[in-house]
Every structure is written in structure tokens, then in C-alpha cells.
Ligand binder design. Structure first.
Ligand code: B12
Ligand code: SF4
Length: 512
């Protein structure tokens, strides 16, 4: 069968590399994009080929792979199935409009969608968008080939949610894949796109022009932070590929010339023995690339940092989240400030070049003083970079359920939205106050950085300076203090819209 695998992007998270920064030639017809590769379809394509199917991949970050081009290719090549892949709530409107357009041009060709958001919202999506015929819930490696073999009998495909006439049918859930070592390595060559290691910011923040790709060595996370939907997506389990299988892929990437790899694992640092095996393998095989990953600060594998450094790990991102134990506990983070300090200082002590801290502000019960405490904490830590985002809530997280229970969100009417907690929750400071505190916090943090650690700050700016224009670096440094002009108004729950409220009724709840 012929299958179109289409990755639909959130255009806020990718950009073409500006011409003046494009110093090497990618080759004819190839483009360079600052962003992450579409690992989901890259993973599924070779699996489908192994089952004898012909696959064509599209990624909407390519200027020649926009809706009109995909529609034209559908008209010319008449695939048997169109599979749309996307990650988050923020991309659903684009997926819906693409599906509608493709369905209009080719009503007979089934459209199936999959990915994190689709998994959490399968029945709702089918109720909402008639152009989408079915949703594949969870991992696609076994589900998609099964679906292609049973187009005439969708009822037999575990994990499929489909439409039988007017009725939405949810088949039995497909068990999680037991053996993640059985699949071929992702196809990173068929798309005519080279991805550039960069930060998803307002300006082209290029980190390196080395050949860059992502890789996934494990799936899931056993924790249950209230704002995260990984535990429900991965059903609370952490599964992993063997170190030999991972090293085989790393060897392949090394031989293909990749010199920068980002592990998109939800929690890479979970198993000390496996990390040690992978790192020793990288060292013994003399693999050339630098790599980075994300993990928790309380990971048992913090003692593997010296080995990770030796194996060319140059970037580590920790979910720090807050600088007060009160807020960490409210987020059910199950970590202490002491553990944060220990992990960050160990990472720096052992020479990891860039250690990043993810923080959230505007959490339930957080006061202005708590926000400043987070910035003060960040200033004390030896972090190289940090991000302070406002806490958001997505369907499938414990916080979403709490908001349903508290009457803030109406699941039936709000399922396809995402919210900044400060816009909807009366126990959270108003967005304006959160933003004001953030500006003040950044000023404090920057001042401490520049005057307290001038050499390290200079070295970091030099990393950016290698590939960024001076004006862009200045813009980047200035961006936290700029008043943001929002491209669109944030979503509000149906109940607030009905009552004509632009702010939650904070009256009785104090956050100071
Ligand atoms: C890497 C990553 C990013 C990268 C982008 C990657 C890219 N390609 O562009 C960056 C950092 C830019 C990013 C940004 C954001 N992300 Co993000 N991201 C991830 C992360 C950590 C890994 C994704 C990945 O590489 N997975 C590996 C591949 C192999 O898996 P996959 O794509 O899911 O594909 C598998 C299945 O889903 C399925 N499948 C996929 N497609 C299809 C299609 C069909 C038809 C079928 C049957 C099956 C199928 O089969 C594949 C193999 O099993 C996930 C967490 C996670 N575990 O999913 C969060 C995650 C997807 N991100 C999330 C969010 C919220 C965002 C942001 C909105 C954050 C923000 N506010 O700024 C943005 C929006 C990004 C966007 N829509 O483009 C949430 C989504 C929650 C939600 N309900 O929306 C997640 C789940 C994280 C979380 N903790 O909650 N993200
Ligand atoms: S935020 Fe990180 S630690 Fe918490 S549940 Fe999600 S993946 Fe696990």
C-alpha cells in the first residue's frame, strides 16, 4: 500500500535558517530548519516499509510541503491512506484544517491521526472533525501496520478509535509495546530537510551548525507531576531500549556524520546501569557526537555524571520548576531544593558544558514572594541557562482533572483548549502580576549573572555569538523585558466566556 505520513508542525517552534547563517551547502533541494526533526514519522516510516508498504513523508516546516502541496500530491499519487502525526493541543487547529482540505479533494482516502494529543482526545476528535476517519491511540509501530492490513475491518484493530456510520467506536486498548528493540532505526534521510540545533525563541538562536538529530532511547516516566500528561500517555510505566540497541543507532548516526544528538526521552536519567553501559559504549566506540538530555534532579544516575561527561554529554536539562518547597509539593514534583542544588552543582563540577533549568511560574497558591524566591534560587544555582514559563494546563493531566472537579473547566466544551493557569484559576496570581514579577525576577537574575559570574556569562554569549548576529543576541537578552504582543488571545474556559469574564473571580482567594 502507499501511505502518506505527514508531520504537522506548530509553526512557533521552527524557522528556516536565515541565508546569512547558512555557511555549508546541504545539497540540492535540501533546506535547513531550526527546530526538532519529526521523530514520530521518522520512526514509523521504516516500520511500515518493513511491512512492505511504500511511504512518502511530509513535514509542514518545509515551504514546499504546505497544505496545497500535500493536497496536490494526494491528487497525483492517490495514496491508500493518509496518516497525520502531531504532538500537542496547540497544533490541533492546523491538523483539523489540513484534514478538511485533504478530505475535500479525496473523500475516499481514509485519514488517520496519531500522536500525544490525539491519544488523549481520540473520541472527542472524531466527534469534532468529520474529515478525520480514525485515531490511533498510543504507539504506532504495531497499530499502524495492523490498521493497514485491516482497512476493511477496523473493528479488529486494537487501539483504534473509528467511526462506524454515525457511531464512534473505541476498540480495546492496545497493550504497550513490550520489546522496543524489535524495530528498525528511524529514517532520517528521506525528508529533504537538515535540522539545526537551536533554541525555540523569537530570534534565530542557533547553538551549532553541526549535523543535528533527535533520538528516543526510553519511553515514559513513573512520576505524577500535576501538570504533565506523560504518566497517562505512558500509563505510568518507564520502558527502555537495551543499551546495545541504543548504541547501534548511535553508531549509525555517528557514521552518517551527525555531531549533535538530543535525547527526547521523558526521563533519561532513570537507570544507572543502562546509562553507564551507553556511556561506556560511546567511549569505547570513539563516537564523535556531543549529546544532551533531560532528567529529574533526584535521579539515581546523578552519580553517572563524570562518565556522561567523558562520553561527550554537553547539555543537561533539569526540571527545577520552583524555588520553594511549598510550590514543588503543590506540583507533586516529589523533589527537594537540596536535590536540585546537588544535581546542578554536580553537573557543573563534572564539566557538563550547558546545564539548563526549566522553571514554571504562576502555579496554584504561588505568591509574588514565591516567584521572586524562584528567581533568587535560580541565581544561586550554577545553571547556565534557564526558562521561566507560565504554568499551563493540558487535558490528560491531574491538574486538568482538578479543574474539572473545581468547576473551572468543562471537559465537554473545553477539551481542545489549553490554558495558562493564571488566566483561569482564582488561586493563581493574575497574568499581569505574574508577568510583572517575571520581569523583575529576570532583571535580578541577569544582574547577578553579569556581575557575579562575568567570565561564565561571557563564555556563554560567545557560544551564541558563533552563529548569531549581534543584533539578535541583543534582542534575545532584551526579550524577557519586552512587553509581549500576543499573536492571539489566550484561551478561556467556556464557563468564563459565558459569564463574560476575562479574569477568574479572585475575590475570596488570596495569593499574597
Ligand atoms: C521533543 C518534544 C518537543 C519538541 C518538538 C519536537 C518536534 N518534532 O517538533 C519541542 C521542544 C519544540 C516541543 C514543543 C512543544 N511541546 Co513538546 N514534547 C516533546 C517530547 C518530549 C518528545 C516528542 C518525541 O520526540 N517523541 C518521540 C516520538 C517517537 O514519539 P511520537 O511523536 O509521540 O510518535 C509515536 C506515537 O505518538 C505514535 N504516532 C505518532 N504519529 C502518529 C500518527 C498515526 C496515524 C499513528 C497511528 C500513530 C502515531 O507512534 C510514534 C511511535 O510510537 C514530548 C513528550 C512525549 N513523550 O511525547 C513532548 C510533548 C508532546 N510536548 C508537549 C507540549 C505541551 C509542547 C508545547 C505546546 C509546549 C509549549 N507550551 O511550548 C510545544 C508545542 C510543539 C508542537 N506542537 O510542535 C506535550 C503535549 C501535551 C498536549 N496535550 O498538548 C508533551 C506530551 C509533553 C508533556 N510533558 O506533556 N516539544
Ligand atoms: S514532568 Fe517530568 S518527572 Fe514529572 S511526570 Fe512529567 S516526565 Fe515525569
Amino acid at each position: 500500500m502507499k501511505v502518506f505520513l505527514v508531520y504537522v508542525r506548530d509553526e512557533n517552534f521552527c524557522r528556516l535558517l536565515p541565508k546569512e547563517l547558512d555557511r555549508s551547502n546541504s545539497g540540492k533541494g535540501r533546506i535547513k530548519v531550526m527546530g526538532f526533526p519529526p521523530l514520530g514519522i521518522q520512526t514509523l516510516a521504516p516500520v511500515l516499509r518493513q511491512h512492505g508498504h511504500r511511504v512518502r513523508m511530509f513535514d509542514t516546516c518545509h515551504p514546499q510541503m504546505q497544505a496545497e502541496h500535500i493536497a496536490q500530491a494526494v491528487a497525483e499519487e492517490r495514496p491508500d491512506v493518509i496518516a497525520l502525526s502531531f504532538l500537542s493541543t496547540t497544533t490541533y487547529p492546523a491538523v483539523k484544517s489540513l484534514a478538511q482540505r485533504l478530505k475535500l479533494g479525496a473523500p475516499q482516502i481514509p485519514i488517520i491521526v496519531g500522536g500525544a494529543f490525539a491519544t488523549m482526545n481520540s473520541d472527542r476528535i472524531l466527534g469534532d472533525c468529520p474529515a478525520i476517519d480514525c485515531v490511533g491511540v498510543g504507539e504506532g509501530e504495531e497499530l499502524l501496520p495492523d490498521y493497514l492490513s485491516n482497512l476493511a475491518d477496523p473493528g479488529s484493530v486494537a487501539g483504534l478509535v473509528w467511526r462506524n456510520g454515525g457511531e464512534i467506536v473505541e476498540n480495546v486498548l492496545r497493550p504497550l509495546i513490550g520489546d522496543l528493540n524489535q524495530f528498525p532505526y528511524p529514517d532520517r534521510t528521506s525528508l529533504p530537510i537538515d535540522f539545526i540545533e537551536s533554541l525555540p525563541l523569537d530570534v534565530p538562536a542557533v547553538l551549532s551548525l553541526d549535523k543535528f538529530c533527535t533520538m528516543q532511547t526510553s519511553r515514559g516516566c513513573p512520576y505524577a507531576c500535576i501538570y504533565c500528561d506523560i504518566p497517562s500517555l505512558a500509563r505510568g510505566k518507564w520502558r527502555y531500549r537495551s543499551s546495545e540497541h541504543v548504541l547501534g543507532e548511535m553508531q549509525q548516526l555517528n557514521d552518517m556524520g551527525y555531531r549533535s544528538i538530543y535525547l527526547t526521552d521523558d526521563h533519561f536519567l532513570l537507570n544507572r546501569k543502562r546509562i553507564s553501559e551507553v556511556c561506556r559504549g560511546i567511549i569505547e566506540r570513539r563516537l564523535q557526537f556531543q549529546w544532551g538530555c533531560e532528567g529529574r534532579v533526584d535521579a539515581v544516575a546523578v552519580d553517572q555524571l563524570p562518565l556522561m561527561k567523558k562520553a561527550n554529554c554537553n547539555f543537561l536539562a533539569f526540571g527545577v520548576e520552583a524555588g520553594t518547597q511549598k510550590v514543588l509539593d503543590r506540583l507533586n514534583k516529589k523533589q527537594t531544593l537540596k536535590q536540585v542544588e546537588h544535581a546542578v552543582s554536580e553537573a557543573k563540577r563534572h564539566g557538563i558544558a550547558r546545564v539548563h533549568g526549566f522553571f514554571v511560574i504562576g502555579s496554584p497558591g504561588e505568591t509574588e514572594e514565591d516567584i521572586l524566591a524562584s528567581f533568587r534560587f535560580a541565581a544561586r544555582l550554577k545553571l547556565d541557562t534557564f526558562g521561566f514559563n507560565r504554568l499551563c494546563v493540558y487535558r490528560g493531566t491531574p491538574l486538568w482533572q482538578e479543574y474539572i472537579d473545581r468547576g473551572v473547566i468543562d471537559d465537554a466544551r473545553d477539551w481542545d483548549k489549553w490554558f495558562k493557569c493564571s488566566d483561569i484559576d482564582p488561586s493563581v496570581l493574575s497574568s499581569e502580576r505574574v508577568n510583572r514579577r517575571r520581569m523583575k525576577g529576570y532583571a535580578l537574575l541577569f544582574a547577578r549573572r553579569i556581575f557575579g559570574r562575568p567570565i561564565r556569562t561571557y563564555k556563554l554569549l560567545r557560544i551564541f555569538g558563533r552563529h548569531m548576529k549581534k543584533s539578535d543576541i541583543l534582542k534575545l537578552l532584551w526579550s524577557p523585558f519586552r512587553r509581549r504582543t500576543l499573536t492571539r488571545k489566550p484561551d478561556l474556559p467556556a464557563r468564563m466566556i459565558e459569564l463574560g469574564l476575562e479574569e477568574p473571580e479572585r475575590g475570596a482567594v488570596s495569593t499574597m
